[in-house]
Ligand binder design. Structure first.
Ligand code: BJW
Length: 251
């Protein structure tokens, strides 16, 4: 019931907003069947991040790291976007200025039809040559060869994702900060809001005067700074907001 009342007051505000930004994390893909990182059944529970998602793990044991990514590619490949992804794809078409910033590497926002996406942590369907830096798209799962090698120079390929201790693309991050500090409202959906620098984007938005809307079944370090806090699943709350928005815009 609390969520329902919250939805009504949010949509009243949303009607007059022109610049919307959304930051998504692993939680938005949970209802599509993709495990989150830090939840009860988070990926890191079975596989330790320090062992697998770091440059040093890759240089020590590229085969092990690639086996993990190959397993995840096999898991993600057949998954379909859920109602949460679909609402965001629809909002891109209806709001005059709509920015989707994601920490996810699964490609489900694209699959849902979103076109303009800032991928902060890369994309699991892209491979990068460790020597030449060339990036290629590859949807094979399982891969033919583990670890895969560059067809041009024979060097190791790596997943085009951002590991702990690595910098995010400076142009992508710059754009993300610009969008965050210029939006009127930011939705923060399905992220534990602990991994930097992504976790600082809502603070940058809030400091610039934007309203913060958090959608997450569990509280996070961002919750007490949020103007609206929905305790629930993205695939349920986003459609509720969308439905109310449509009703209001027809009045
Ligand atoms: C639902 C739901 C539903 C469930 N609906 N919600 C100390 C030492 C060393 C480094 C650091 C340090 N302090 C800070 C750092 C920097 C580090 C960092 O932030 N570490 C923290 C963990 C402390 N950051 C970095 O290293 C970054 N680079 C950087 O900062 O460079 C400069 C620098 C370098 C070194 C030192 C200092 C500065 C890079 C970060 C890269 C993150 N990469 C990963 C892996 C990507 C590739 C892959 O997937 O394999 O990105 S880690 C992982 O975490 C992944 C995610 O994008 C990211 C965020 O996770 P997310 O999306 O929030 O998922 P969860 O699982 O945490 O949360 C899910 C949420 O959903 C939960 O809240 C649920 O409740 C909710 N949920 N179901 C809605 N249905």
């Amino acid at each position: 019931m609390k969520n329902k009342e919250n939805v009504t007051s949010l949509t009243e505000i949303l009607q007059n907003m022109k610049r919307i930004a959304v930051l998504t994390g692993a939680g938005i893909s949970a209802e599509s069947g993709i495990p989150t990182f830090r939840g009860k059944e988070g990926l890191w529970k079975t596989y330790r991040a320090e062992e697998l998602a770091t440059p040093s793990a890759f240089s020590q044991n590229p085969k092990l790291v690639w086996e993990w990514y190959d397993w995840r590619r096999g898991l993600i490949g057949p998954k379909e976007p859920n109602a949460g992804h679909k609402v965001l794809a629809c909002w891109e078409k209806i709001f005059p200025s709509f920015a989707l910033i994601t920490q996810n590497i699964d490609g489900l926002h694209q699959k849902a039809g979103s076109k303009n996406i800032l991928e902060l942590h890369g994309n699991i369907w892209k491979l990068r040559c460790t020597e030449e830096g060339t990036i290629t798209e590859n949807h094979e799962a399982p891969l033919k060869e583990i670890p895969p090698r560059c067809p041009d120079c024979g060097a190791l390929l790596r997943p085009h994702v951002v590991w702990f201790g690595e910098s995010l693309s400076s142009s992508t991050l710059h754009k993300a900060y610009l969008l965050s500090s210029s939006c009127e409202i930011m939705f923060v959906v399905g992220t534990s809001a602990v991994v930097q620098p992504a976790a600082s984007l809502p603070f940058s938005a809030s400091e610039a005067g934007a309203k913060i809307v958090e959608i997450n079944p569990d509280p996070t370090p961002l919750t007490s700074y949020s103007d609206f806090s929905f305790r629930g699943k993205a695939g349920e709350i986003l459609p509720l907001i969308d439905e109310e928005l449509n009703i209001e815009s027809q009045d």
